[in-house]
Design a protein around this ligand. Structure first.
Ligand code: PEP
Length: 247
């Protein structure tokens, strides 16, 4: 089955209002051939409204996290309904920096995915093993368990994206080998609980760069990339777009 490639950029806690011009610079750097992939940018929440006004139609916006509720007494949280209201179409959920830094459990991630689905956002659910878990030979079971526990019942593979992000590769410059990443992505697809696993889009994340994305994308079960550091510089993000289009 052919799945549409997806490139997502996660700015994390980077970017001020002046950086919204990134959109204009990216548009100027875009390839002059058709862009038949999905491109998503997840800026900090503070920039979404401004970016939504200047966003070209080939770029979708996403949140970096959302609350598990539509509204209410949750000081400091941002609901998926609010993200959708700003024009977001996606939201990252369960990023390892949230799982570790904010004690997010699979159950919490699952509740956020449910809330995102109710708001008609496409959740990008992140899963990934630590170095210790990998060295103990538990990498596959850790990520497949995380995925299954993060999915509310009846989730369609068309309505979600899963990002495999080994924790030891995020922001470290270390990347899984393409062969190893393929084993992990294939395991996720096989473990998908529905019958529509062939339609599931699986991204690789963890120090993705223009120099390594092509080999990763050549793997049969890798459908795209989630890039942190490489999404901050237009030059690098545009190079990732080119690689995804031609791979
Ligand atoms: C991320 O933020 O999800 C990520 C993969 O970061 P980096 O590309 O910088 O490793």
């Amino acid at each position: 089955m052919s799945r549409r490639a997806l490139l997502a950029g996660n700015w994390k806690m980077n970017g001020l209002r002046q950086d919204v011009r990134w959109l204009k610079v990216l548009a100027e750097a875009m390839p002059d051939f058709p862009v038949d992939i999905d491109i998503v940018l997840c800026p900090p929440a503070t920039l979404i409204a401004q970016m939504a006004q200047e966003c070209p139609d080939w770029l979708a916006l996403g949140g970096q996290d959302c609350a598990a509720h539509a509204k209410g007494a949750y000081t400091g949280d941002i609901s998926p309904v609010m993200l959708a209201d700003l024009g977001c179409r996606y939201v990252i959920v369960g990023h390892s920096e949230r799982r570790t830094g904010h004690a997010e459990t699979d159950q919490k991630v699952c509740a956020k995915v449910e809330a995102a689905r109710a708001a008609e956002l496409i959740p990008i659910i992140c899963v990934g093993e630590s170095l210790e878990q990998r060295e103990q030979g538990k990498a596959v079971s850790v990520i497949t368990d995380q995925m299954i526990a993060s999915l509310p019942g009846g989730m369609s593979a068309h309505a979600v994206v899963i990002a495999y992000e080994p924790v030891w590769a995020i922001g470290t410059g270390k990347t899984a080998t393409p062969e190893d990443a393929q084993i992990m992505h294939q395991a996720l697809r096989t473990a998908w609980p529905g019958e529509d696993g062939d339609a599931l889009r699986l991204l690789y994340g963890g120090s993705v760069k223009p120099s390594n994305v092509f080999e990763l994308m050549a793997q049969p079960d890798i459908d795209g990339a989630l890039a942190g550091g490489a999404s901050l510089e237009v030059k690098d993000f545009a190079a990732l777009i080119r690689s995804l289009i031609v791979s």
